[in-house]
Design a protein around this ligand. Structure first.
Ligand SMILES: CC(C)(COP(=O)(O)OP(=O)(O)OC[C@H]1O[C@@H](n2cnc3c(N)ncnc32)[C@H](O)[C@@H]1OP(=O)(O)O)[C@@H](O)C(=O)NCCC(=O)NCCS
Length: 219
């Protein structure tokens, strides 16, 4: 049964280990509560926007507003698609895809986080791979980009382990100080040749492509 008005609610990616589901209000609540339990050490900021510094309950409310805003502002030329990551039916974190002018540029950026209890178990790598599968094979992207602070070992670990190409770095302000953000990209042909798996299933792609102003699926 497909959603009658907002097809993105049907979007899912399944791998043998996890499921990604487009974030509706119920999943947003679960993620807000998970974020409030902590994503990182208090003295380390992994994000370029330090949203996790906000104390509870503002953190949870801001998180809800972020997901509402992303849904509300979705157009073909500007979107953030946020997916909850579930393992055995439990919400463990989230992975997101952001794009500008996607029908023309075919480039998307990824970002993600997991609740602390779920980190360091290979889930981050699997959910990045699932996100790349959605972008390249579901939405016909040509380039995926990502970035992380120079000292974010686990995030860089996921990126390096999947074989992204470094594309430079930028000095940026991080909590009032200068820091270095490293950038990476992966091309569609590289993904298809090295990482494509036949045990990843997409659901709700046709409606998603329609909302995003893309042609009907090519495969
Ligand atoms: C970043 C994050 C999503 C990664 O997910 P994860 O499940 O913890 O990572 P994984 O267990 O899948 O590890 C992936 C790879 O990174 C490697 N890795 C993990 N920690 C590492 C470290 N400190 N230094 C170098 N490599 C590291 C792992 O060995 C693994 O590589 P392999 O498969 O080749 O062995 C998760 O740690 C997280 O949510 N961190 C806090 C929020 C955050 O930093 N978000 C990203 C902002 S850019």
């Amino acid at each position: 049964m497909t959603h009658p008005t907002w097809p993105l609610y049907d979007l899912r990616v399944r791998t043998p280990r996890l499921e990604l589901r487009y974030i509706d209000d119920a999943l947003a609540v679960e993620l807000a509560l998970l974020a409030a339990q902590g994503i990182h050490e208090p003295d380390f900021m992994p994000f370029s926007i330090p949203w996790t510094q906000e104390p509870s309950p503002a953190l949870e409310r801001n998180t809800m507003q972020f997901y509402w805003r992303c849904r509300a502002e979705t157009t073909a030329t500007h979107w953030s698609i946020n997916l909850a990551t579930l393992v055995d039916g439990v919400v463990v974190g989230t992975t997101g895809m952001m794009a500008e002018q996607f029908p023309t540029l075919r480039v998307f950026e990824t970002g993600s986080w997991l609740g602390r209890a779920h980190q360091g178990k290979g889930i981050g790598k699997e959910m990045r791979l699932a996100t790349l599968h959605l972008g390249f094979l579901g939405l016909d992207a040509e380039v995926a980009t990502t970035g992380a602070w120079h000292d974010n070992g686990p995030s860089l670990g996921v990126t390096n382990s999947l074989g992204y190409t470094p594309v430079g770095h930028r000095r940026m302000v991080r909590l009032g100080e200068s820091s270095t953000l490293r950038g990476y990209e992966m091309l569609r042909d590289d993904f298809v040749a090295r990482l494509r798996r036949d045990d990843v299933a997409l659901h709700g792609i046709e409606g998603t492509r329609d909302v995003l102003g893309l042609d009907t699926p090519s495969t």
